[in-house]
Design a protein around this ligand. Structure first.
Ligand code: FE
Ligand code: CA
Length: 555
């Protein structure tokens, strides 16, 4: 089956039992080779679980009196704030570790309300939405008619059950002369590498919005004791102890991650703007090319399952809902006249990594001008958006390191072929586009590398004397890489080899960025440990960059 055929397969119903059988066969612990042999069946069935038909009830309605256990185990979330609207999310799952979440294949009516106060005395909107089994009983409510630049509180009800309360915030009006915006940047939360302690602290921070820059989950096996978490008080089901391949695998993995109390606290405290990297699907995939030697048409089945589960489990609007293996995740958000955010997807459309991926000496293969990180359409969209931007700050939340990063000083250096360093022509087109659009205050927000970096973006990275054209704040991981260390082994080499690298720290945590009219500030927040719960948070370093005069200087 070709990708085009996959994406054109219409939604159908009534195959869920067959699909479950196929998914069980695919995901029965025999891994990738088994996946190959049942691909025909999977292709036929994987997309049979289509959309509920427009205006028709796909599944019979569940009598909510039959929900006898709390269905709100995965908490609540909100996302993608607009001046009059925000997306509210929950997913019903009385048993979050089970493939069906512990609910029958029936639709469930869920009521929601949003108020100006935490006690719901000033309700501003309420309504009801349907949790469809075809979407894993997720609920996506696009609430409109809200005042701009305001806090709101929201909750859901199903039967006699009430969800936790979430706090969200709308964006300022399009032409607002807003003077301050505070955000957090997070990435890389390998559950099996440690506790989400950083999220517990982030929940207490005073930020307007959180940007998640990818690796929200990892496809790798999670042992019964939760890997480095080393649980002694619970045993995780055996089905987590294998790599995710099928829609059910990915759904259950979100169930595991979302059941983490620190992650739920962060979602309940702040609206999130999410984008993915590789691990939500598979390590270091590029477009339709998987990590290993699986044919693209088979990998696209896995990608479709991963993208579908991603949409179901994130506070994303309908335009982001995938069709087969295609999902429009790149999008633009504006926060008054102060900031425009162009959220990128550098996985779905990229050329395959040069020289077989990894750290390699750059050359004609990586420098081929036809290679792209964004795809042509997204690149055009980004640059056109910059041309039309009147924002003080143009921020680009995205996945992989944008600045050049040599591994050692001298001429015998290697570069990461998975980062923008492996796509230098694509990076140059983006930087030329920013210059041509007259973008003065460019800030790139990055995840992926499990360390915190602060970079000056240089007009010519090979010439330290060249003009600084922007800054890059790389948020360290929430948990991936376990405890890490303040000064990783390659700290001296990297800082000497890259004079535009102003900060490097290998602890877990998150980055806070405060945008003002005169300057922006970045605070790198770190925790000393994640393999044991309860570590405190501290600021490892703070930097400012002046509006109109880019470059990080210690605050
Ligand atoms: Fe990661
Ligand atoms: Ca990654």
């Amino acid at each position: 089956m070709t990708p085009a055929q996959i994406s054109r397969t219409p939604g159908q119903h009534g195959h869920s039992a067959e699909l479950r059988l196929a998914a069980q066969r695919i995901g029965s612990g025999v891994g990738r080779r088994r996946f190959l042999t049942v691909t025909g069946a999977a292709a036929a069935l994987a997309f049979a679980v289509g959309l509920p038909g427009a205006g028709t009830a796909a599944a019979a309605e569940l009598d909510t009196r039959k929900i006898t256990e709390d269905p709100f185990t995965l908490g609540v979330a909100s996302g993608d704030p607009l001046p009059s609207s925000v997306l509210l999310w929950t997913r019903l799952a009385p048993r979050p570790y089970e493939a069906d979440g512990g609910l029958p294949a029936r639709r469930v009516e869920v009521r929601w309300e949003i108020a100006g106060d935490e006690r719901f005395r000033r309700i501003v909107r309420r309504g009801s939405a349907t949790a469809h089994p075809e979407f894993g009983h997720s609920v996506h409510v696009d609430v409109d008619g809200l005042d701009s630049d305001r806090n709101f509180y929201y909750r859901f009800r199903a039967g006699s059950w009430t969800s936790p309360t979430g706090r969200t915030r709308t964006a300022p009006a399009r032409n607002a002369r807003n003077s301050s915006l505070s955000l957090a940047a997070v990435s890389c939360q390998a559950y099996h590498d440690g506790y989400f302690t950083a999220y517990q602290h982030l929940a207490d921070e005073d930020v307007d919005v959180v940007f998640h820059l990818g690796d929200y989950l990892y496809e790798y096996a999670v042992t019964a004791t939760g890997g480095a978490r080393g649980y002694t008080d619970r045993v995780l089901p055996d089905h987590f102890n294998r790599e995710t391949l099928t829609l059910e695998d990915y759904r259950m993995r979100y169930g595991l991650y979302k059941s983490d109390p620190d992650l739920r606290a962060a979602h309940a405290a702040h609206p999130f703007v999410v984008t993915w990297d590789d691990h939500e699907t598979e390590n270091n995939y590029a477009g339709d090319t998987p990590e290993n030697s699986v044919p693209p048409e088979e990998f696209l089945l896995r990608r479709a399952a991963a993208y579908r589960a991603y949409w179901e489990n994130q506070p994303l609007r309908t335009p982001q809902r995938p069709t087969g293996p295609d999902m429009r995740l790149y999008r633009r958000l504006r926060f008054g006249r102060l900031a425009q955010f162009d959220i990128l997807d550098t996985r779905q459309y990229r050329s395959n990594q040069a020289y077989g991926d990894g750290w390699k000496v750059p050359g004609p293969e990586s420098e081929d001008p036809s290679r792209t990180m964004t795809g042509a359409a997204q690149e055009r969209w980004l640059i056109d958006g910059w041309k039309a931007s009147a924002a003080r700050w143009n921020v680009v939340p995205q996945q992989v390191t944008f600045a050049q990063r040599r591994d050692v000083p001298g001429d015998a250096y290697k570069l990461s072929m998975d980062s923008w360093d492996g796509y230098p022509a694509s990076r140059q087109r983006v930087m030329d586009g920013a210059e041509a659009a007259g973008i003065e205050n460019l800030m790139v927000l990055t995840g992926d590398v499990h360390v915190g970096y602060g970079f000056d973006l240089k007009k010519d990275f090979d010439d330290p004397a060249s003009r600084t054209v922007g800054t890059e704040v790389v948020a360290t991981s929430i948990a991936s890489g376990k405890d890490g260390s303040e000064k990783p082994a390659n700290w001296d080499n990297l800082t000497r080899a890259n004079p535009h690298m102003k900060f490097y720290n290998g602890r877990r945590g998150y980055a806070l960025v405060t945008l003002g009219t005169q300057q922006a500030r970045a605070d790198f927040r770190t925790v000393p440990a994640v393999t044991t719960p309860g570590a405190p948070v501290a600021t490892a370093a703070s930097f400012v960059t002046e509006a109109g005069n880019p470059g990080l200087t210690p605050a």
